[in-house]
Design a protein. Structure first.
Length: 341
């Protein structure tokens, strides 16, 4: 095989040109990547951390667990359904560990045989039809329906409680997710303040897209239950899954949350949720952040902390005078959708 020689008098000119082109490309790529990361609009991800390396911390940074926005939203839904039923945090941990193993917290449209959804439930085994099972609210309800029927499930190991519901061919598979599930449930249930955050990527409130306060309210009511905002919570935490029948929840329902949409300066609608108790407030605030990508949420404010899509890479920051919410009101969780402007 013959090779073309470089022109006379310019030995190696082409290799040098190629090298210069590659160096230029690398420089441009490096600058673009740096801008992409530092601008806060890089690839979206969510992070949950323990506070000051609490006991039982797991992960690379004294208790850190990272997940994609889709996984975060599904995890928040699993917690919300438990809250609507008045179930304890232990039930959320078991459900999260189960979904981590079965689907990686993703709402799968496929699986072994006819398995579907977050928990890989099978229509042929009586879990519901395919359309119902791929609804995260319904599938979480059905998981809890089975869990609360297990005597003493709260005293069982996470693995054994999950296996008692799932009857998996790999009965010890859930144990490896216990630590991450505990870390996540601690944050999503509101027990750990300002410990759950997401960075805004393309298509979220920080990089295009228009949200709606009414849409946030509708999803919150669907996941936490219609009684969550109106005071019609069922006694004892009983809940009715979509297309199903009421089942005992075995717990006490969370208190209702008065909510209203207000028009802030600039014409943006804000959803203000007046939570009873700090833990309930953080539960709602973390839920809003977990759903921020899908709902195009621009800002979440609670007490003296702010999550903002435009500066989301720093996580929760101290509240400033220009942030949303009524001045001096630290009891309300304020959710501000992106205006699209």
């Amino acid at each position: 095989m013959s090779h073309d020689a470089p022109p006379a008098g310019r030995p190696g000119a082409r290799p040098r040109l190629r090298l210069a082109a590659w160096l230029t490309l690398l420089a441009v790529t490096g600058y673009t990547a740096a801008q992409y990361v530092t601008s806060g609009v890089g690839p979206a991800r969510c992070t949950v951390r323990t506070q000051a390396g609490a006991a039982g911390a797991v992960g690379a940074a004294a208790g850190e667990y990272r997940l994609a926005p889709e996984q975060a939203a599904n995890a928040a839904t699993i917690n919300a359904v438990a809250a609507r039923r008045g179930l304890p945090e232990r039930a959320v941990t078991i459900a999260l560990a189960t979904a981590m193993q079965e689907s990686g917290l993703r709402n799968l449209r496929h699986g072994d045989r006819d398995s579907l959804g977050l928990f890989q439930q099978r229509p042929s085994q009586g879990w519901g039809d395919a359309r119902q099972i791929v609804d995260p609210v319904y599938s979480a309800e059905r998981f809890y329906d089975h869990l609360v029927r297990i005597p003493g499930y709260q005293r069982m190991s996470v693995n054994d409680a999950a296996q008692s519901v799932q009857h998996s061919a790999f009965p010890d598979a859930y144990a490896k997710h216990r630590a991450h599930a505990e870390l996540l449930s601690t944050a999503l249930s509101g027990r750990s303040a300002a410990s759950f955050s997401c960075t805004a990527g393309p298509g979220t409130g920080g990089a295009g897209g228009t949200g709606s306060a009414e849409r946030v309210r509708a999803l919150l009511e669907r996941e936490f239950g219609k009684g969550a905002l109106s005071g019609r919570t069922r006694p004892g935490g009983a809940a009715r899954p979509a297309g199903g029948t009421a089942q005992p929840a075995g717990g006490a329902a969370r208190p209702a949350v008065p909510a209203r949409v207000v028009q802030a300066a600039g014409g943006e609608g804000e959803l203000r949720l007046h939570a009873k108790g700090t833990r309930r407030g953080w539960e709602l605030a973390h839920w809003a952040v977990a759903h921020s990508a899908g709902l195009h949420v621009r800002q979440v404010v609670y007490r003296n902390s702010v999550w903002d899509a435009g500066s989301s890479r720093v996580g929760w920051r101290p509240r400033g005078s220009g942030d949303a919410g009524a001045a001096g009101d630290t009891s309300a969780v304020t959710v501000v959708p992106a205006s699209g402007r």
